[in-house]
Design a protein around this ligand. Sequence first.
Ligand code: PCA
Length: 322
Amino acid sequence: MKLKFALSVAALAFASGQAFAQAKWDLPAAYPASNFHTENLVQFANDVDKATGGKLKITVHPNASLYKAPEIKRAVQGGQAQIGEILLVNYQNEWPLFGADGIPFLADSYDGAMKLYQAQRPLLDKKLGEQGMMLLYAVAWPPQGIYTNRTLNSAADMKGLKWRAYSPATARIAELVGAQPVTVQAAELSQAMATGVVDSYMSSGSTGFDTKTYEHIKRWYDTQAWLPKNAVIVNRAAFNALDKGTQDALLKAGADAEKRGWAASQRTNRESLDKLKANGMQIVEPPAQLKTDMQKVGETMLKEWLDKAGPEGQQLVNAYRK
Ligand code: PCA
């Protein structure tokens, strides 16, 4: 009798003690399990598991299986998911600064993208903080180029293309070159090409490989136009509910994932272009007129963006260009 009582007291202490509380988090993500961002997320979740001795278990749900790409931010904000990975430029209509890394040729190299991120980061922290979230880390996609079967000498050759867009900015590019934008998330892109809903789009070699674009499109114009970022965001209340040690472990694993992610992005950039070539894709250096025309598209879009973003946007561009 005495022993039984002692045991149940111990069990109670075990179950209710802060030190032993276990949290289970869902992490919706929009890209396939084999994508470098997703692989990085899984490693991040494993790191957190190890560092907390299993106290925080994060389950990664890849390929938009839990929420569609554009719904992930709201799910994290509302606490339906405690953590999630979003494409920042998807939210440009909500707040122009989310779209800074989607403006063609503003930041068109890894160094530029990192510099832009550093200028953007305090603003992102503030905005997401006001929305009850926090930014854990962000990683750039490889540079964006144009997938099409057409021979492009200038932007005029893009007229009438059925253009897959993934963001407000990629839809705007279509309008400016006279193509027809159709918004399709990455998880549905293969299907959209197979059914002829789209015949062209701008994205990385990474997404071209993930979606087997070479089965439908034979050319990629290497415009290196911009490097949009994925960001991993956390619901603030969910974070606050963790004990200090677990919070620290999460932040540490996030910082490690960010470093690892930028390196993986550059590696993936090289590897995916090789894999596209091996599958019959031509990687094309854009002709001079196409380059000039796309630069002009970028200038128009930067101007439009600055008009919408106001002084905050100008400050960001100034800080980035300094
Ligand atoms: N791939 C994602 C966004 C940017 C990229 O390279 C996509 O095409 O949806």
